[in-house]
Design a protein around this ligand. Sequence first.
Ligand code: OGA
Ligand code: MN
Length: 306
Amino acid sequence: MARLQVRRLGYALGAEVTGLDLRQPQDEDTIAAIRDAWMEHLVLVLPGQDISPEQHVAFSRHFGALDPNDATPYYRHPQHPEVLVVSNKPVNGKPSETRNTGRNWHSDLSYTGRPAMGSLLLCKERPDVGGDTMFANMYMAYETLSPRMRQFLDGLEAVHDVTLVKGIEQRSPELVAEIKRINPPIAHPVVRTHPETGRSALFVSQRVRHFVGLSDEESEPILRFLTRHAVRDEFVYRHRWTVNDLVMWDNRATMHVALADFDQSKPRHMLRCSIQGEPLGYIYRGEGATTAQPEATHRTVVASVS
Ligand code: OGA
Ligand code: MN
């Protein structure tokens, strides 16, 4: 078994794991130790991993089946469909469709029926300054709400909508139409019980449109409060990338955001494998929706006056 060193990087979450060489196969005990550290710290940083896509895939598979990237089929690595290319480098002379990936707080693939369990992102090129990624601890977000608020949220569902992915409008119209076709709005529980730790975590993000049974107008201030509360200074870790950092996060208990504070003419090139999660939620077709619009009779009266 590898001699691992685990060093905390943040108060709320994040730890660095050294003593590993992912170019070599890993034994079961090493994987179990990494998994334990992962469940405890939610975000692990494995520095100095100059690995090939094959080695990235092989390591990721220790933690579960890889997501085939069917929800985002356009950004796959040409030779390795399980690897998603998150890069601002032009593709065939055109701006990359993933140059603005992750620009609002989110949990990967929450707009699908199988939100990712975990993601492993490898940095291959980075700008001199900026382009950090921030992570938030969603257990803490939940546990620090008042009991009455938690009671309100328990059992509530939220509608996740791919069209709220920030910057989606910068992608080509054909691509956006296809992304929407593949990913209809989906309702997920607002509070999730983590299957491995048994702890409750808040599961909302900036990709939620409204709560099931509440109108957009009613939901908006509550969502704004929750997404701000979740990313308070005390609940986040900010990662400044070094080339060959492999960072792995648990999407069931965290959110993250890719900051745009860097010179976009400089390359930032990342490769991601996602571990498939359990099926969750259902396609939302307006069940339980209410409306804050005036009654129809009311509107008729107004219309007859105008
Ligand atoms: C992702 C993502 C973060 C980043 O790959 O899931 O959100 O910093 N990217 O590129
Ligand atoms: Mn992401």
